[in-house]
Design a protein around this ligand. Structure first.
Ligand code: TRP
Length: 331
């Protein structure tokens, strides 16, 4: 048997636009894995997006396609990697259902992400069943591809653990060896993976503090102009505190000269305006190729990419389902 080089990862399409935090925290890692010769399955998790949409999901299909465009813009090459939408490969639903029969409720109730989201959607009467089952669906997403590894941000670790536990439990209960344990591939550079928002809180659409992959150079410049810096640095000569300054944090990620920029900022030898100006140029240059690729992608292009991506995904997923059904005695 050839060496397993398969990698599966996914991103929820809660919003149509991905931000640079999504890029640094996940997509960048996917592209690197693709470049090092892995067989990539890059999934837009549109069903997972429904868990918190409470009925307001009229834009689900649009959002999913826009997110898929951002995958390609970021450097996922559809000729080498499968780019697909979860709901286009129905095997995900079937495996989710079957795995739900062997997943202990306690594992799901203990999940920290579940406890967090529970509060957001309201009381028990409003809490959807899908939210509790979220990790089971995610496990189905992963196990269908029997991957070598799953690249995700650190926040996803609890879900990945449940996934391996479910896979091993399946093997044990049905006395098969269908699911080998997969690796969690967390980005090595944790600082870079956690780009702060423009206001130094977590980068999130709900805080309106994002730089999006699709922002124009001018929009980016405007956003950086109003980004949070050292509050007590009113003049150039006042000392800066780069650890708490969004502009300095971005310089650390994107600027090859950040160490000089930081020490001058601290010493009161450079002002916030200069930092912002230099950062704007560097960031716009960094994201230029992605923005160009994005602008060149038509709706028709992405439709073709998603059809062939779903075909590639289905080829592996249907093989796994045959094994699973057989193991469970379903025919
Ligand atoms: N839960 C992931 C997130 O919120 C998205 C996701 C869905 C996923 N299915 C997956 C990630 C499978 C990795 C593997 O980002």
């Amino acid at each position: 048997m050839s060496e397993n080089r398969r990698i599966l990862s996914g991103m929820r399409s809660t919003n149509p636009k991905l931000h640079i935090g999504n890029y640094e925290g996940a997509l960048r890692n996917w592209v690197e894995l693709q470049e090092s010769g892995h067989e990539m399955f890059c999934m837009v998790a549109d069903w997972h997006a429904l868990t918190t949409m409470q009925g307001n999901s009229g834009e689900a299909g649009y959002n999913a396609r826009e997110v898929a465009k951002d995958f390609v813009a970021a450097g996922i090459d559809p000729a080498r990697s499968a780019v697909f939408i979860q709901s286009h490969v129905k095997e995900h639903a079937e495996l989710h259902l079957l795995l739900s029969m062997i997943t202990p409720l306690g594992w799901l109730e203990r999940n920290p992400t579940y406890k967090e989201k529970q509060g957001e959607v309201g009381g028990v009467e409003r809490e959807p069943y899908g939210l509790l089952g979220y990790p089971v669906l995610q496990t189905a997403d992963i196990l269908l591809y029997r991957p070598l590894g799953v690249p995700v941000g650190r926040d996803q670790a609890p879900h990945l653990e449940i996934g391996n536990d479910i896979g091993q439990r399946f093997n044990r209960l049905f006395e098969v060896e269908i699911f080998g344990p997969y690796k969690y591939l967390i980005p090595a550079d944790e600082n870079r993976a956690k780009v702060p928002g423009l206001d130094m809180r977590k980068m999130s659409k709900s805080y309106d503090n994002c730089i999006y992959l699709t922002d124009t150079p001018d929009e980016t410049a405007e956003k950086i102009k109003s980004a949070f810096t050292t509050p007590s640095k009113l003049r150039k000569t006042d000392p800066g505190i780069p650890e708490g300054c969004a502009v300095c944090q971005y310089l650390k990620i994107y600027s090859p000269f950040w160490e000089t920029q930081w020490s001058e900022d601290i010493a009161g030898e450079r002002g916030c305006m200069q930092n912002k100006k230099e950062l704007t140029e560097i960031i716009n240059e960094y994201f230029r190729p992605m923005r160009e690729r994005r602008a060149a992608l038509s709706d028709g292009d992405i439709e073709d990419i998603l059809i062939s991506g779903a075909d590639k995904a289905r080829a592996v997923a249907s093989e796994t389902m045959s094994m699973v059904r057989k193991a469970m005695g379903l025919y």
